[in-house]
Structures are given as C-alpha cells and as structure tokens.
Design a protein around this ligand. Sequence first.
Ligand SMILES: NC(=O)c1ccc[n+]([C@@H]2O[C@H](COP(=O)([O-])OP(=O)(O)OC[C@H]3O[C@@H](n4cnc5c(N)ncnc54)[C@H](OP(=O)(O)O)[C@@H]3O)[C@@H](O)[C@H]2O)c1
Length: 257
Amino acid sequence: MEIEDKHILITGANRGIGLAIAKMCAREGAKLHLVLRQPNAELSSQLRGLGAKEVSVYLADLAKREEITQLLLKLDKVQVDILINNAGLLTGGLIEAQPLDDIYSMLQVNLLALIQLTRGLLPAMVERGQGKIVNNSSVSALMHFPCASTYAASKAGVMAFTNCIEAELKGTGVSTLCLITPGIKTRMFDEIAVKYAKNLDVPQDFIQPDEYAERIREAIKNDDSYLLPTGMTAAGLSVSRYLPAIFRWAVGRRFRR
Ligand SMILES: NC(=O)c1ccc[n+]([C@@H]2O[C@H](COP(=O)([O-])OP(=O)(O)OC[C@H]3O[C@@H](n4cnc5c(N)ncnc54)[C@H](OP(=O)(O)O)[C@@H]3O)[C@@H](O)[C@H]2O)c1
C-alpha cells in the first residue's frame, strides 16, 4: 500500500520507533493522526515541516479501556487507512519479582489496547475495501528468554492475534503486517538492561529507529505480512526454532537466579 495521502494512525508516536515511523510517514506525505499521552505542539510542527499533509493529535492513556473507547468515538469521522499499533510497555525480571500492577498495565497497552483499536477501526476499512493494520510484536514472541515471561506473552499474543485476523480478512482488501521487531535503540531498549541485568546477560545487538522505520516503509509498500529481523537476530531466531535444545543451553549460560 502506498503511504502518500493516506490517513495513518500511530500510537506511541512521540518517541522511539513510533516517532521514527511518524517521521518516515511525514516524509512520504501522509496525513497523520497521533495518539499521545501529552500534548506536543513541537512534534506536530516538526512533522509538518517534514512533509506531513495533516497532523492531528489525540490524547489517550492506552492502559485505560474507557479512554480507548473515547478515542474511538473521536476517530469516528476519520477514514483511517493504516492503523499502526506501536505503543508498548516493558516488564521484566523473575516472574515473582514483577509488580502485578505493571503486568496489568503492560498487558493492557501491549495487547488489549491493540485489540480494542483494531476491533474499533476495522469495520470501516472492510466497508471501504481498503486498509492495513500494522502491529508491533517482537522477537520475544518467538525467542523465549528468562526474565521476559510476561512481556513475551504479550508479544506472542500480538502475533497470534495478527495471524488470526489476517486469515479473517482474506478477500476484503484489508491486510495486516506483523513486525517481529529486533533490538532497536530506544528508551525501552535501555530499560531492558535495567530490568533484566540482575539475572540475565542481555545481547546488545540493536539498530537505530530511523533505519527500522525504513524497513517498515518497504514492508508496507510491498504489502508484506511479516517484517522479520536480519543479521545476528535472524540467526538467533533460526537457532531457537530449529535447534531449540542449543538455544536453551545458550540462554541458560547467560542466566543466574
Ligand atoms: N526497542 C526495542 O528493542 C523493541 C523490540 C521489540 C519490540 N518493541 C516494541 O516496539 C514498540 C515501541 O517501543 P519503543 O522501543 O519505541 O519504546 P519507547 O521508546 O519506550 O516508546 C514507547 C511508546 O509507547 C507509549 N506508551 C507507553 N505506555 C502508554 C500508554 N499507557 N498510553 C499511551 N501510550 C503509551 C509511550 O508514550 P510515553 O512517551 O508517553 O511514555 C511511547 O510513545 C513497543 O510496542 C515495543 O514493545 C521494541
């Protein structure tokens, strides 16, 4: 699908991967609808300066179901062509050490908000016979490390959800793209070290958000179903899939209780 002139809704667009996607879409001449937690006039003018045809901002805390309901009401008149479910939270550490409130908020933002927004915006796309849902999952959906239990569960959920609706949408003109996102140098990437370091030596491979946004641009334009990692992360993914005993052994060597 082309990006120019499309109405694109991006959650978590103020920083990290979401900001890089917003800038990429602005350079392509999209009409942007950003879901943020705080107003950010500077961001809107930056994106207009890069070439965005429109920039609208909607404030919502995606950890709150009622705020997503209100957001969907505000979006009622917007013909969203591409929904990019990007906002996310990280949890980490031994399962018994993860605060329950953090686990609930993370599942709400990473999984339930993504489901609620998709469910809310899909019917109009199907009616128009055109649209795309882009869901930001993670290599954690497929590579299961200690200390990542609840976060990995959320991202495996994102992947399963995306696969199921892809099948449901066959023949409707609406497609899905699941991002199997590797390490990207953002606030969340830096948080991994803090949350996991006590128990796990975390691999430090990463790429920059702008480089990843370019890959996402290509995947959207090519109507790919998946954006898979490359390089060392791709190699790790293959080992986890085809040589699981070796993967578990290698991970076990990095872990201490
Ligand atoms: N970075 C990586 O290595 C990596 C790897 C795999 C997958 N991912 C996924 O990529 C996505 C983006 O992550 P990132 O690395 O760019 O992280 P980030 O820099 O921490 O950005 C996270 C974004 O989500 C927003 N967000 C968090 N909680 C929210 C809430 N309750 N309501 C609304 N927005 C909320 C944040 O808004 P505030 O600024 O207001 O907090 C921020 O815009 C996430 O889904 C993450 O799981 C990242």
